[in-house]
Design a protein around this ligand. Structure first.
Ligand code: ZN
Ligand code: ZN
Length: 372
């Protein structure tokens, strides 16, 4: 099978390789991948600019935002059938017995091994999965939409499970990439009174997209002063919650400026860069700083229910669908900010998509045209 493999810790050391088809061993199923999303973390892996704790093992097949169909079932698996439409959580392997696993917080298991990092991921024709990570794709939800469950789960975890946004609050989202735009949508669903999305010059299209998705204000921080805008919103004291979805460590300084006394910062974006500023504003304002990492079973089910009920519109963030051979185009379009989210269409996806063979047609192509 074809797979997109990172083979060295160097910028650009990524290529499509022919690998043997994996087999469903005891206690696992084989998922035939239809569509897989490109994550900001995949782009870091491409450039080898990921955080030190995300170095992983090499070679490794990238991809942790997949949707597909159960293609084979290994021994000792019950409850699943060939043909079931599924998405896979990212925690390919956990220990299952540590205090965190046993208390349902397996996203924090010290022995967790994620797809596309320590375990071969889903930018391949097939991926092996333990039934523990499978969720059924609800009827009426496309594979393409389902492939975005993971980035929505990240946003849901940060905004709802960690920070607990309340109706009427002022929420600032730093970063207009997929996680930022998803955090905006979740904050709106949670009842945020006013939402502000911050971006830079590279985010021009993405800020437009955020406006289309209901952001009350968008700010290009290279041209406008976010603090001045916040002084005019609500009581002028700042944001109840700032969501940092940037992947730039220094964004924390701006978070501390924009958050109100007694407010909270949810830090989702990674950033390996060391910092050179004081954290005193956290103390002076008595700010709660949440680190937000990954998600669990209930997060995924919640997001899938929101897709099924039509209250989240994942198609709106997908800028283009590309065959695996065009991965560099897909990654580049996200890096440049042309696409909020690119997805790769695997051979199964191309077969069933018909007109999708060019990589641009089908649902994603329509979403792209409709949104511009
Ligand atoms: Zn992701
Ligand atoms: Zn564990």
């Amino acid at each position: 099978m074809k797979a997109l493999v990172k083979f060295a810790h160097e910028d650009g050391a990524l290529e499509v390789r022919d690998l043997p088809d994996p087999v469903a061993g005891p206690g696992t199923v084989l998922v035939r991948v239809h569509t897989v999303g490109v994550c900001g973390s995949d782009i870091h892996m491409w450039h080898d600019s990921q955080s030190a704790s995300s170095k992983g093992v090499l070679p490794v097949t990238l991809g942790h935002e997949s949707a597909g169909v159960v293609a084979a079932i290994g021994p000792d698996v019950t409850g699943w059938s060939i043909g079931d439409r599924v998405v896979c959580e990212t925690a390919a392997s956990i220990c299952g017995v540590c205090a965190l696993c046993r208390s349902g917080r397996y996203n924090l298991c010290p022995w967790r091994e994620g797809y596309g990092l320590k375990r071969d991921g889903a930018m391949a024709e097939y991926v092996v999965a333990e039934p523990r990570v499978l969720h059924r794709i609800p009827e009426g939800v496309s594979y393409e939409a389902a492939a975005t469950t993971e980035p929505y789960a990240v946003a849901y975890n940060a905004v709802v499970e960690r920070a607990g946004v309340k109706p009427g609050q002022l929420v600032v989202v730093q970063g207009a990439g997929a996680i930022g735009v998803n955090a905006l949508q979740i904050a709106l669903l949670a009842g945020a009174g006013t939402t502000v999305v911050l971006g830079t010059d590279v985010d021009e299209h993405r800020l437009e997209r955020a406006t289309g998705l209901g952001a009350h204000h968008v700010v290009n921080v290279q041209r406008e002063d976010a603090g001045a805008l916040l002084a005019t919103l609500h009581d002028g004291l700042g944001a109840d919650l700032v969501v940092d979805a940037t992947g730039v460590s220094a964004a924390l300084q701006q978070s501390m400026e924009l958050v109100r006394p007694g407010g909270a910062i949810a830090k989702v974006g990674w950033g390996p860069q060391p910092l050179g500023f004081t954290l005193d504003p956290l103390v002076k304002k008595a700010v709660t700083l949440y680190g937000c990492y990954s998600h669990t079973w209930t997060t995924w089910e919640s997001v899938l229910r929101l897709f099924a009920s039509g209250r989240l519109h994942p198609e709106a963030i997908i800028g283009g669908a590309y065959p695996i051979e065009e991965w560099e185009t897909a990654f580049g379009a996200m890096q440049r900010g042309d696409n909020v989210k690119s997805v790769l269409r695997m051979p199964f996806g191309l077969e069933t998509e018909g007109a999708g063979k060019t990589g641009r047609a089908g649902e994603a192509g329509r979403a792209r045209e409709g949104a511009r």
